[in-house]
Design a protein around this ligand. Sequence first.
Ligand code: ZN
Length: 65
Amino acid sequence: MPIYEYECTKCGKVFEALVPMGAKDAPPCPTCSSRRVKKKISMIATGKGGCTSCASSSCSSKGFS
Ligand SMILES: [Zn+2]
């Protein structure tokens, strides 16, 4: 599952959430429970090669696929 970063437009809280493929609804804010959140681009799930556990660009063990 991809990890997305969300920002709550009500209280400004930024949080990350695992979102199942095909999910249409954004997760509610963990702080104020508002659903008025906007998705940000996560730095974690960019999938730009390399290993997510050792951070080496030459490592072939990809964390996400
Ligand atoms: Zn909030």
